[in-house]
Design a protein around this ligand. Structure first.
Ligand code: ZN
Length: 92
């Protein structure tokens, strides 16, 4: 469905903006009877507000599981560490 794909282009999810189509994520499940089921999940190349890029599966984008190239998580960790450090010193 080309129309749906085009709708993803330019869309913003948190810090990420979709700038292109990535390779599909392909996952094949083998069943005991020898048959197999293949899932294809579209992936999108996204540009992050920090200037980085990330390739994210459509599921993770639309469910807002992934909203940055990874910098947001690092930022949060740094903020948590700083907060803890301040907290300890505030009592002194
Ligand atoms: Zn980023």
């Amino acid at each position: 469905m080309p129309r749906k794909r085009r709708e993803m282009m330019g869309q913003r999810f948190g810090k990420l903006v979709v700038i292109g189509r990535g390779e599909d994520y392909v996952h094949t499940t083998l069943h005991p009877d020898g048959s197999e089921t293949t899932f294809r999940v579209p992936r999108w190349i996204c540009r992050c507000d920090c200037g980085g890029t990330a390739t994210v599966t459509q599921n993770n984008l639309v469910s807002c599981t992934t909203t940055s190239c990874g910098c947001k998580r690092r930022e949060n960790m740094r903020r948590a560490a700083t907060f803890r450090w301040r907290g300890e010193n505030a009592e002194a």
